[in-house]
Design a protein around this ligand. Structure first.
Ligand SMILES: Cc1cc2nc3c(=O)[nH]c(=O)nc-3n(C[C@H](O)[C@H](O)[C@H](O)COP(=O)(O)OP(=O)(O)OC[C@H]3O[C@@H](n4cnc5c(N)ncnc54)[C@H](O)[C@@H]3O)c2cc1C
Length: 547
């Protein structure tokens, strides 16, 4: 390909007039590492971040009980031996404050803050063909130009409130879990409502129940929760973890979701009932996502296998919740175990045995409205001092939809993705040159930083390649994007999760236009993803158009 020749003359002229070589949007795990990597190229950089501090998810989500479902020591960055050597994780599954501290430590250690502009929400990003650059506009009207635009927006960063009338009329305190205040909130003696029982709701409810006056949980869809089994990490144990980092990260590279939990090669019905029960008891008694990620190979594809593991979990709920009628309400009926994101819990089911906790099923009789004093359902009104909205996120594409992103000829990204995302490797989009995504749609979900480090390295490699050759325009072809999108769709075929409404299939009943299931993430597993990306690099990016 003759891209080097086409670029000559274009770059020198354009570069001098641009504010930045690269702009990154977002200062979470992805944005911080992307900044660190691009600095190695000596680029003029800026990160724009809405919040006042670094950390993304771990900056915003200060709600009670917010913590990892990833083992802390598999979640930390792996790129710096010095960082690994000096950081001590306090808990196997760190709470939000510890993770926020960790990410602040990273920002300080690598002097990242000097290139991060906080309180800077990006509202628009428009590509200009004449300069092969992006105009980036902030909420306050300031605008900047950059050659490359890198999105590190987060898959769970666009919080959504429920579409219930009267939310703004409530006179007591109310808060979405994502926007939880920095100041402590007391629940003592208070009548508290929690709306939503997803992973965040489960963590919040369990923590609030410890000190609340009275708690009412409004549940539309129960989830299949499994025990987290968190524990503190002592000095000796931390020493052992540190000595094993190389093996830990190597194992994460081998597994489907970059967790330490690898799928068991056996099929559910291959073993006897006694063996099966013993295996599941073991997994249920172990920390983390083992019961989801380290289970028999067919529980997420075979209906009979899925029904059996779901029945095992249902029995656990019945054992742990004293009132059989409440237990039945807590058992999911519209999806099998593992087909939605599994919340990990620490005593969640037992809180329903407390006399001061009430479960209200809103699947049949939805909330009618929020009133100045509480929540109204049919003919009943509940009064509250505090309403907590654990109503989640407009996941994966939500943060993109909140920015007016326009590519070649002013084409809108939101419009392009109206019927579902189309990407090349989840990183590039045809028609949107010089825009690169870290953990955008069609990326594989899983243990985040493991995937983030690979993707940001790949993005850096591509920019280095262009930079070294004086190339100023990098774009996926329509054919390569179509082929990858097709592959993403094929890779999810046969997986039971595709038959279920959830944020992982693009459904959010609180967001206009998000009522049709889409394939939002790559289900082929991280090893396959890396292999494909490596092949693109090895082929000198021939599948892209570089100029
Ligand atoms: C409660 C919760 C628990 C989780 N637990 C785990 C876990 O245990 N393990 C795991 O692997 N993952 C977990 N995740 C997923 C988590 O989001 C990732 O682990 C990781 O933190 C994502 O990092 P990120 O940088 O890609 O995105 P984020 O951390 O979401 O950061 C994105 C940043 O971009 C900023 N931003 C977005 N739009 C704009 C804009 N227009 N202008 C300026 N700034 C913008 C946001 O303010 C945010 O700070 C969890 C998520 C949540 C919400």
């Amino acid at each position: 390909m003759s891209y080097a020749r086409q670029a000559v003359g274009h770059q020198a002229e354009a570069d001098a007039t641009l504010d930045f070589d690269a702009v990154v949007i977002g200062a979470g795990v992805s944005g911080l590492y992307q900044l660190y990597k691009l600095r190695e190229l000596g680029l003029k950089m800026r990160v724009f971040e809405t919040g006042t501090g670094v950390g993304g998810t771990w900056y915003w989500n200060r709600y009670p009980g917010a913590r990892f479902d990833s083992e802390s020591w598999t979640y930390g960055y792996s790129f710096s031996q010095e960082l690994l050597d000096e950081w001590n994780w306090e808990e196997h599954f760190a709470g939000q404050p510890e993770t926020e501290r960790y990410l602040n430590h990273v920002a300080d250690k690598f002097d990242l803050r000097r290139d991060i502009q906080f309180e800077s929400r990006v509202t628009a990003a428009h590509y200009r063909e004449d300069t092969r650059s992006w105009d980036v506009v902030l909420e306050d009207g300031r605008s900047y130009t950059t050659r490359f635009l890198i999105t590190a927006l987060g898959v769970l960063s666009a919080a959504t409130m429920p579409r219930i009338a009267g939310v703004e009329t409530f006179k007591g305190q109310s808060c979405h879990t994502h926007y939880w205040p920095k100041e402590p909130v007391s629940f003592e003696g208070k009548r508290v409502a929690v709306i939503g029982t997803g992973a965040t709701g489960v963590q919040t409810i369990t923590e609030v129940a410890k000190t609340v006056g009275h708690l009412t949980v409004f549940q539309r869809t129960p989830q299949w929760c499994a025990p987290l089994h968190n524990a503190r990490i002592g000095e000796e144990e931390m020493r052992r973890i540190r000595a094993n980092y190389a093996e830990i990260f190597a194992r994460c590279q081998e597994t489907y979701g970059c967790f330490i939990h690898a799928t068991d090669p056996r099929a559910t019905l291959e073993v006897t009932e006694v063996e099966r029960e013993a295996f599941w008891e073991k997994l249920y008694g172990e920390p983390g996502f083992g019961i989801w990620m380290g289970n028999f190979k067919d529980i997420l594809v075979d209906r009979q296998a899925n029904a059996l593991i779901s029945d095992f979990l249902a029995r656990k709920i019945r054992q742990r919740v004293k009132d059989p009628a409440i237990a039945e309400k807590l058992i999911p009926k519209n999806h099998g175990f593992g087909t939605r994101r599994v919340p990990l819990e620490s005593g969640y089911y037992e809180i329903y045995n407390q006399p001061n906790v009430k479960l209200v099923d809103i699947s049949a009789t939805p909330i009618e409205c929020i009133t100045p004093t509480g929540i109204k359902i049919s003919d009943r009104e509940y009064e509250f001092d505090l309403i907590i909205y654990a109503t989640g996120f407009d996941a994966i594409t939500g943060a993109f939809d909140r920015i007016d992103i326009r590519g070649v000829g002013g084409a809108s990204l939101q419009e392009k993705w109206r019927d579902g995302p189309q990407t090349f490797l989840g990183i590039l989009i045809d028609g949107f040159p010089n825009m690169l995504m870290v953990m955008g749609p069609h990326a594989g979900l899983g243990n985040f930083p493991r995937a983030v480090e690979y993707t940001a390295d790949w993005v850096t490699g591509l920019i280095r390649f262009a930079h070294d050759r004086g190339l100023t325009r990098v774009e996926a072809t329509a054919a390569s994007a179509a082929a990858w999108t097709e592959h993403v769709i094929e890779s999810s075929e046969g997986l039971l999760f595709t038959e279920v409404d959830s944020w992982m299939t693009g459904i959010n009943r609180n967001v206009e236009g998000k009522q049709v299931r889409r394939i939002m993430r790559y289900s082929g597993g991280h090893p396959a993803f890396r292999k494909r990306c490596d092949a693109v690099t090895a082929g000198a990016y021939r599948e892209l158009v570089l100029a």
